[in-house]
Every structure is written in structure tokens, then in C-alpha cells.
Design a protein around this ligand. Structure first.
Ligand code: SF4
Length: 348
């Protein structure tokens, strides 16, 4: 099989992204050594880039590095402090796993990120593709990757049938990914194929006229780019509605509670919630504090998850008595989910 690596690497040298904040300084054209990639930065960026675009990640990455400049500072931070810097980026299990992994690396590897793929895959929240990308980019080790961008490129290039959520299709894509991965310049190839998917072979309107691999691309040859990757078989998302009780005391402070680690927004801080019906709302308010009473209802917030759509009805509840746990809105130091931020923005 012809490999896409040669034209891709040539394209990458001219058009790839070489100045992302987590990348090594490229070598000079005269052959000088650039600075090596910082594996902590590469690891963090690869975790943030799961399900998230580069343009969104850059700001979060810079802010995270500012608060936790190295692996030790991340391991020594509290989970709340880590989640506070992750808030808004979504998929919070990523942040909790990152934090857990940092602790494991401090304890089991004396603070040095392992350079063996089996040990990296064994860390929480790191799959085969992410581990391959980290070791390839940081140490130029010879590994293949199969993130969302690569799945899209290879699905089109070979007109792979089926959705990659199906085991058989995924297996085929891994096989193709391995066949294309070159032995030399593995780190550049890893970055190049991700860049191709992110900049030219995009989800909609791929820019085939500028693509370095168009000659051999089956989807381009047959004008079937929009058919690949084959879409996921459709399932109707269910709908759910909840009430969020925004307790406010006389000082205008609000009551937040830490959510359980498992489930949506795990480990973040949120308002108390209950089923969205009058009986349940009144019962929950009475349980919290008998003298509390409803002040007003705010505009509903809609939020979608992978499996369902959620409507949140925020209700302001005045709490006249002193109860522990109220926090000043202006001095919040904990991570809150995006819908909670939207509710806070509606408060006077
Ligand atoms: S030719 Fe078009 S569809 Fe094929 S890999 Fe390039 S950008 Fe993607």
C-alpha cells in the first residue's frame, strides 16, 4: 500500500502548525537544535484536546500551566483547585484523571513521566491513541495514533465503511493507521496527520484542493467526501427536566454543594437540585431550612449531553436563617459547571 506519510510530511514542513504553546521549538533551517517538547505540556494538551478543538484549548492550557507549572504542582493541588481551572472545558473526568495520574507519577515514578507505552496506558484516562501521541511527540517513539482527526482522514482516504463506534470499523482503522505510520520522523508524522484533519480534512467542507494526499484519496477520487466517515446510527436523545434551588441569604451569598465524583459535572460545585415538580421542590426546600421560601423563578437553561437534553429551571429561594456553606458570588474559588455560571449571570 502507498503510504501517505511522504507527501504529508512535506506538506507539514511548510504548512503544519509549529507554534502551539505545548510544542517543542522547531529546529532552525540551518540544523540547530530546537528545544525538546516538555512531556508535561504534551500530556496536558493531549488530554485537553480530547473532544475539544485547538482554538478552545489554547486559553485553558495557558491558564492551567500558569496555575500548575509542573507535574509536582499539579499532584500537590487539591481536586477542587484543579477542577476550578478546568471549569467550562467539559468532560470533567479528564481533569480528575489527570490529577490522579500526576499523583501516581509522583509516587510510583519519582515524578518522572514514564516513557514505556504499557505504563502510560495504565495511567487513569489515557487510551492507546493518547499514549501513542504523548510518546511520539515527546520522545519520537514509533507509535500510531487514532484520534478523531485521524479517524476522519483515514475513513475518507480509504472510504472505510461503517461508523468507528463499531468494533469492526475501529479495528480496520487501527490497522490502516499502523500501516501508514512511518518509522522515521514519527513525531512530525503524528503532528502532521492531526493537523491535516484539523485544518484541511475538516468535518464539513474539506479543502481537498490544497490537500497533499488528494491523488490517492478514494473519497476525493469518487467525490464522496461528505459520506465519510459514515454517520453514527441515529438514536433519539431523551429529555429531562430538573429544578435547581438557588438559596440566597440576607447578604446575597449563595449555597453550593460539591457534586459526587461519579455522574455529570463530577466533583464540581453546583446548586441543590431536585425533580421539577411542586411537591418535590417544596419538600426539598423544607428539608434544607424550614423558614426558606421561594422568591422567584429565573429563565430556564438548556444543556445537552451525549445521551440526553437537560432543561434546568432555576428557582431563587430566600434563606433568612444562618446556615453554613454559603459563599460570596464574587469570591468563588471552586469550579462550577457552565449552566451554574449562566444562572449566576442572571442574579442581581
Ligand atoms: S483529499 Fe480531501 S477528503 Fe481526501 S484526505 Fe484530503 S482533504 Fe480529506
Amino acid at each position: 500500500m502507498s503510504s501517505i506519510s511522504k507527501p504529508l510530511l512535506k506538506w507539514f514542513d511548510q504548512h503544519g502548525r509549529h507554534s502551539l504553546p505545548w510544542q517543542a521549538t522547531p529546529s532552525s533551517p540551518q540544523g540547530g537544535q530546537g528545544s525538546p517538547a516538555n512531556i508535561y505540556h504534551v500530556w496536558l494538551s493531549e488530554i485537553m484536546l480530547q473532544q475539544t478543538q485547538v482554538s478552545t484549548v489554547i486559553g485553558y492550557f495557558n491558564n492551567f500551566i500558569h496555575h500548575f507549572p509542573n507535574l509536582a504542582s499539579l499532584a500537590n493541588a487539591s481536586e477542587d483547585a484543579v477542577l476550578a481551572q478546568w471549569a467550562g472545558l467539559g468532560y470533567y473526568a479528564r481533569a480528575r484523571n489527570l490529577h490522579k495520574s500526576a499523583k501516581i507519577i509522583m509516587q510510583d515514578y519519582q515524578g518522572v513521566f514514564p516513557d514505556n507505552i504499557e505504563q502510560v496506558v495504565a495511567l487513569p484516562g489515557i487510551g492507546e491513541s493518547t499514549a501513542g501521541a504523548i510518546l511520539s511527540i515527546s520522545f519520537n517513539q514509533n507509535h500510531s495514533i487514532l484520534d478523531g482527526n485521524v479517524k476522519r482522514v483515514l475513513s475518507r482516504y480509504h472510504q472505510v465503511k461503517g461508523h468507528y463506534g463499531q468494533a469492526q470499523t475501529l479495528k480496520q482503522l487501527w490497522m490502516l493507521a499502523r500501516q501508514h505510520t512511518p518509522n522515521a520522523r514519527n513525531n512530525d508524522y503524528t503532528q502532521a496527520i492531526m493537523d491535516l484533519g484539523a485544518t484541511l480534512c475538516t468535518r464539513t467542507n474539506p479543502d481537498c484542493s490544497r490537500c497533499p494526499v488528494q491523488q490517492e484519496c478514494q473519497a476525493y477520487q469518487h467525490n464522496t467526501q461528505t459520506e465519510y466517515p459514515n454517520p453514527k446510527p441515529k438514536k433519539n436523545k431523551s429529555r429531562r427536566s430538573i429544578a435547581m434551588l438557588v438559596y440566597q441569604n440576607k447578604q446575597g451569598h449563595i449555597y453550593l454543594e460539591k457534586r459526587p465524583t461519579k455522574g455529570i459535572w463530577g466533583g464540581l460545585w453546583s446548586f441543590m437540585e431536585c425533580e421539577d415538580n411542586p411537591q418535590e421542590i417544596n419538600h426539598t426546600i423544607q428539608q434544607f431550612n424550614a423558614k426558606s421560601c421561594i422568591n422567584r423563578v429565573l429563565n430556564p437553561i438548556k444543556h445537552s449531553f451525549t445521551h440526553y437534553h437537560l432543561t434546568i429551571n432555576p428557582i431563587i429561594v430566600d434563606c433568612p436563617e444562618q446556615v453554613l456553606g454559603f459563599q460570596s458570588i464574587n469570591q468563588l474559588k471552586v469550579g462550577v459547571p457552565t449552566p451554574v455560571n449562566k444562572i449566576l449571570a442572571q442574579l442581581d
